[in-house]
Design a protein around this ligand. Structure first.
Ligand code: B4P
Length: 193
């Protein structure tokens, strides 16, 4: 199995690049953002609980997202690897993911961290907000709150995996094709190792 985390601030291109990476490598895509939005669309109890946090640009509680990932791993025993997109987002989620994978005899192979400046992130998300219908993309102060959450809680995820030498930084500005090629080059190196 090959398991990778696509890491980076909101708007760094995780969703965009994940689509291409899963197509190239046949990985199972696990996006906690997509899973949460689907719970909201179906008006489940979990979705109703998550919506308030997401609308304010805050992270959803760890127990909720860890439970979702546990179920997703259980439901995909045949997967040849997972691409984690937007998860883990806290130190506690990182530890939980490592444990969930270890119980299955697996581990994270690489964390690819997309680097994008804050002004570019805000520009991209406001632009996506024009068409996405996402309530967390339309208001600049909510977008900045999401970026602040990222610096406060999510950058710890990179620190966690750095201690195991698993983090590779990739420039997340430029054309989608060039960024994709850079990500693939790093994956190929790790697969060959
Ligand atoms: P997510 O759904 O993960 O959303 P995101 O980080 O905003 O998006 P992403 O980074 O994937 O977007 P992309 O760059 O592809 O999270 C939403 C919310 O859910 C969070 O705020 C939180 O409340 C909650 N949540 C999710 N996971 C959680 C967890 N584990 N724990 C707790 N809470 C959690 O796209 C951005 C835009 O940039 C697009 O319009 C795209 O077209 C554009 N773009 C991409 N690449 C580009 C490039 N190279 N050049 C120009 N534009 C580009």
């Amino acid at each position: 199995m090959f398991n990778l985390i696509l890491f980076g601030p909101p708007g760094s291109g995780k969703g965009t690049q994940s689509e291409r990476l899963i197509a190239r490598y046949g990985l199972k895509h696990l996006s906690t953002g997509d899973l949460l939005r689907s719970e909201i669309a179906n008006q489940t109890t979990l979705g109703l609980e998550a919506k308030g946090f997401m609308d304010r640009g805050e992270l959803v509680p760890d127990a909720v997202v860890i439970g979702m990932i546990r179920s997703a791993l259980d439901n995909n025993p045949e997967a040849k690897g997972f691409l984690f997109d937007g998860f883990p987002r806290t130190q506690a989620q990182s530890v939980a993911l490592d444990e969930l994978l270890e119980q299955r005899g697996e581990a994270i192979n690489v964390v690819l961290a997309l680097e994008v400046t804050e002004e570019e992130l805000v520009k991209r998300l406001l632009n996506r907000g024009l068409t996405s219908g996402r309530t967390d993309d339309v208001n600049e102060s909510i977008i900045r709150a999401r970026i602040t959450e990222y610096h406060k809680k999510t950058s710890a995820v990179a620190d966690h995996y750095r201690q195991f030498g698993k983090v590779v930084e990739v420039k997340g500005e430029g054309s989608v094709d060039d960024i994709f090629d850079a990500l693939c080059a790093e994956i190929e190196k790790r697969k060959a190792a």
